[in-house]
Ligand binder design. Structure first.
Ligand SMILES: Cc1cc2nc3c(=O)[nH]c(=O)nc-3n(C[C@H](O)[C@H](O)[C@H](O)COP(=O)(O)OP(=O)(O)OC[C@H]3O[C@@H](n4cnc5c(N)ncnc54)[C@H](O)[C@@H]3O)c2cc1C
Length: 471
């Protein structure tokens, strides 16, 4: 075994660094840090101790101690992850960033916001809005996820089709390296060709290459008007075909283009306890557009509406005020909760494929579901090819569930790979997909990833057992 156990001396050392009140040993309280939002028991593991540093210097000291004592350290944000990335699979220390939760600066001259990693995404959005700006990162978990977690997973979300994923909103970060040094990568410069792009090496590294202790976020001018369109289609192929037509024929890049299949529409109806329009439709497409003037907004949503109607849309419902927009978005935003009501245990996948391949991949997933007599509702971000395929456990017993899940995941990832896709579009690999990462990644790239990890973290103490096995 590479790692040592936490001893009384190590606990004393940790208390000395972060203060006794920021060290958690009570088994009941440790339970909160044993898992993230992946519901299955196999992806839960108790930490031996949780520490809550209040600044980068304390983080660095904890990391140095962990290197000296050979203790694994798992960084943790809000624990909303869907890849078991923040789960201490090998025990050791969970390093929770919850106390580093200050907005440090709003730089109106350079359009930046500088924040600590424990600020929630929603708070960043809200503060930007209050100051008259706009932060474009918008995962569906924005109310609870932390900005540090968004950076570490390269979170996507509803606005990624127009604004890109978190990597596009990050221009710099302060990090504590896996050996306990503090450095600032990038900063407030909008561009840089000065050596390797270490900022974007860290984005999406899932806490395996460094701990993010400060983030430089890009602010944008705030679009003043928006509208949301709900368009039911008879089948998924016709629905997805609309995406390139809007972008090329319409010349408009919507903020969001989301899809839901019929199983999701039915789950949303059950959860919201109301009938949705065209509840038997094969697919829903939800489109959001933004503009700086009202006339531009109207022109854009009329163009999009007409393209939909001319290409198989059964009807176009327009949400042009807050309450009608919320009504439309609710059906999509609460799908994770809705599916949990249908089946408390499920396996949510996050595959991403070229947009035009979505219908083909969904058809093959539906064949897999039929072959194993399981339900796999699918929804996601049609505008960027990101499919959340959600295998439901239903009332299967545990043995049957694990057996069928292995086979379904294996076949689903094979289909994804065959159609030019990747295992995860935004949730990450974590512990949950590590096995498949090794199988479906080019060996040359695996070698590069392992070399980077070994070079930066020679003792392999930072978030071990995630993304890839180095040894
Ligand atoms: C209902 C629901 C909806 C969701 N919708 C979306 C969505 O639309 N788009 C999307 O992308 N995701 C979505 N997610 C997944 C999740 O919210 C994101 O992955 C989010 O970015 C995780 O942030 P967190 O603070 O909860 O991180 P955690 O779950 O605590 O950690 C995630 C990973 O980041 C690492 N980490 C956390 N903080 C740091 C840090 N400061 N430094 C280094 N590493 C760190 C952890 O070690 C772990 O590997 C959703 C989840 C739920 C439950």
């Amino acid at each position: 075994m590479r790692y040592n156990k936490i001893t009384d001396e190590i606990v004393a050392g940790l208390k000395n660094i972060v203060g006794p009140s920021n060290v958690v040993l009570d088994p009941e309280k440790l339970g909160v840090y044993a898992g993230d939002e992946v519901p299955e028991a196999e992806w839960k593991h108790l930490p031996e101790v949780v520490v809550k540093p209040e600044n980068a210097e304390q983080v660095a000291e904890v990391i140095k101690l962990a290197n000296r004592e050979m203790i694994p350290v798992t960084p943790r944000g809000a624990g909303t992850g869907l890849a078991a990335g923040a789960v201490p699979m090998l025990g050791g220390i969970v390093l929770s960033l919850e106390k580093m939760n200050r907005i440090l600066e709003i730089d109106k001259e350079n359009l930046f916001m500088v924040v600590e990693p424990g600020v929630t995404t929603g708070e960043v959005q809200q503060r930007a809005q209050e100051e008259g700006y706009f932060y474009a990162g918008d995962p569906c978990s924005a109310d609870s996820s932390f900005i540090g977690g968004n950076v570490a997973t390269n979170a996507g979300g509803n606005k990624a089709v127009k604004y890109g994923t978190t990597s596009r909103h990050i221009y710099g970060m302060e990090v504590v390296t896996p050996t306990g040094e503090i450095t600032t990568l990038g900063g407030k410069c909008v561009k840089s060709s000065t050596g390797y792009d270490l900022v974007h090496l860290l984005v999406g590294s899932e806490g395996t290459l460094g701990i993010v202790t400060k983030v430089y976020l890009k602010l944008l001018p705030r679009p003043l008007h928006n509208a949301v369109l709900l368009v039911p289609f008879a089948d998924m192929q016709t629905a997805i075909d609309i995406v390139p037509k809007i972008m090329t024929n319409g010349g408009i890049i919507p903020t969001s283009i989301e899809f839901m299949d019929n199983l999701c529409i039915k789950s949303a109806e059950g959860y919201l306890n109301r009938t949705l329009p065209y509840g038997d439709a094969g697919a829903y497409i939800i489109i959001e557009v933004e503009a700086y003037t009202e006339s531009q907004l109207e022109a854009d949503f009329e163009t999009i509406g007409n393209i939909c109607l001319e290409n198989g849309g059964l009807e176009v419902f327009v949400g042009d005020n807050k309450s009608s927009q919320e009504k439309i978005w609710k059906a999509r935003r609460y799908l994770a909760e809705a599916l949990r009501v249908t089946s408390p245990v499920y396996c949510m996948e996050d595959i991403v494929v070229p947009v035009s391949n979505i219908p083909r991949v969904l058809a093959e997933i539906s064949q897999i579901a039929e072959k194993y007599s399981v339900k796999i509702p699918c929804f996601g971000h049609a505008g960027d090819g990101n499919i959340h395929a959600c295998l439901l456990k239903g009332n299967m017993d545990d043995a049957a569930w694990y057996a069928v899940k292995e086979k379904v995941l294996d076949e689903m990832y094979t289909v994804t790979h065959t159609h030019g896709g990747k295992l995860s579009g935004e949730h990450g690999i974590g512990a949950k997909r590590k096995k498949f990462m090794a199988r479906f990644t080019d060996p040359v790239q695996l070698k590069m990833i392992k070399a980077i990890k070994k070079a930066l973290d020679p003792n392999l103490i930072l978030n071990p057992d995630k993304v890839i096995d180095v040894d």
